[in-house]
Design a protein around this ligand. Sequence first.
Ligand SMILES: CC(C)(COP(=O)(O)OP(=O)(O)OC[C@H]1O[C@@H](n2cnc3c(N)ncnc32)[C@H](O)[C@@H]1OP(=O)(O)O)[C@@H](O)C(=O)NCCC(=O)NCCS
Length: 179
Amino acid sequence: MEFTTEYSDKTDAIIAMFFDTFSASEGAEAAALIKALVTDMLTSLGSDDLHVFLTIEKGEVVASIIFTPMIYADDTRTVVILAPVAVATAHQGKGLGQRLITHALQTLRDRGVDVALTYGDINFYSKVGFAPVTEADAQPPLSLQYPHGWLGQTLNAGPFVPLKGSSRCVGPLDDPNHW
Ligand SMILES: CC(C)(COP(=O)(O)OP(=O)(O)OC[C@H]1O[C@@H](n2cnc3c(N)ncnc32)[C@H](O)[C@@H]1OP(=O)(O)O)[C@@H](O)C(=O)NCCC(=O)NCCS
């Protein structure tokens, strides 16, 4: 099993893994939405706007996470959002998701990223350092359907200092269906 950020020859496999995983866990509608999101991210965003991390086992993509930048108008810090995340159904529950996210956060820290945000289930994301943040701590780019799922962590030492100003996400995430 290996981690890689080299994804350019694996886009079809990544899209298929997200689609199959979400089909099994969340149903057809969510799977179609995630497939469109991942396809849009991988095909429309340049390398400055896309941090893709993969776990490969026997040549197969078994886990994938994608980070994209968030711009806070009045804040100088570098901020990313983790979305989406998938571990192939047959490989879930073995610590793979946590290992890949931990590895990715360390890599992003080394690249100078200050803050990571995500939007999801605190029961899972708290295992990799995320904690709930309020909309005053970090204004979301669109209105949140599940404000309790708005999560963040600093990647440098110290507490989470509120991010200043309004925020902007990349185009593929700029859709109320994802929030
Ligand atoms: C969520 C997901 C990425 C977790 O990856 P994983 O490799 O299965 O998880 P790990 O083995 O690293 O961690 C397992 C722990 O996370 C928790 N967990 C796993 N999936 C969870 C989920 N969907 N919701 C809440 N908690 C979850 C488990 O309770 C488990 O905790 P425990 O060890 O105390 O029992 C993976 O199950 C997945 O891809 N699910 C379908 C797609 C999805 O839901 N993506 C995330 C959208 S926010």
